[in-house]
Write a new protein. Structure first.
Length: 270
């Protein structure tokens, strides 16, 4: 079968939820899963069950690295980046392609809408933001420079959309819906992955604004958050150890970004 779109899913400890995502994708769409936890059993199971699907086993170098690997392997005109914790509405990709054709393919990116948002028409997006799904032409993705792999987790999407806008390309939010579960990892790994998420969220937020504006702007933007994190990690040391570790991770993520260190932290999972 000749495909026009490749859905690219980055997976990490997501076996329990990923099939919900896969089943929501039309069968005439190619699917590439980049598996960052080296789950060879998942690869064997999924490739046997789904004929339009390939699984790439990858070292865990972050979302951007894995998404870029999937995109470069894809041979289709369009790419759809989505997480394993998302589920598309019926015929979503077919309808997005129809919108792309109505634009004569003159767009930078198309963003489907969370089912909880009241979007009923096509809206132009004029500022970069976080998003769970990005539909983009492969040649546009290559033109703007792929995902920035210095981000291990979070803000890669903001950064990509920022570069699309700087190229004077249009970004549209459309009324095609998806559900987002906001968590794709196996719950038995919840605590170490939560700490990892919070560390990288703060590191990535600072580095996004440093890249977008400058170092001193990023300091001013994030300094109130740093102060709050410090007081909360101290307070929760006595009252809530789990929250203490979360705020410690947030504080340390920001401090490492202030010191211009790379996003080195990784989840401590056996």
């Amino acid at each position: 079968m000749k495909y026009s779109t490749t859905a690219i899913i980055v997976s990490y400890k997501s076996k329990w939820i990923i099939e919900n995502c896969i089943k929501s994708i039309e069968k005439n769409t190619k699917i590439i899963i980049v598996e960052n936890s080296k789950d060879y059993e998942l690869k064997k199971f999924l490739e046997k069950k789904y004929k339009n699907l390939d699984v790439i086993i990858n070292d865990n170098n972050g979302f951007g690295n894995a998404a870029n690997i999937g995109a470069l392997k894809a041979k289709t005109k369009y790419l759809l980046f989505l997480g394993p914790d998302t589920k598309l509405e019926n015929k979503a990709i077919k309808n997005i392609i129809k919108i792309a054709k109505n634009f004569n393919d003159n767009f930078g990116a198309i963003l489907p809408t969370d089912v909880n948002k009241k979007v009923t028409t096509t809206l132009e997006v004029k500022k970069s933001r976080g998003t769970a799904l990005i539909f983009i032409k492969k040649n546009t993705f290559l033109k703007v420079g792929l995902f920035d792999e210095s981000f291990f987790l979070y803000y890669e999407d903001n950064d990509l959309l920022e570069r699309i806008l700087k190229k004077k390309l249009k970004i549209y939010e459309v009324s095609i819906k998806f559900q987002h579960s906001y968590g794709s990892h196996d719950k038995k790994y919840h605590e170490p992955i939560e700490i990892n998420r919070h560390w990288h969220f703060m590191w990535s937020m600072f580095n996004f604004y440093k890249k977008k504006e400058n170092y001193f702007y990023a300091i001013l933007y994030t300094l109130p958050t740093l102060i709050r994190c410090f007081f909360k990690l101290c307070l929760n040391y006595f009252f809530n150890k789990k929250k203490h570790l979360i705020y410690k991770a947030r504080f340390e993520g920001l401090i490492n970004s202030y010191l211009n260190k790379k996003s080195w932290y990784r989840p401590k999972i056996n």
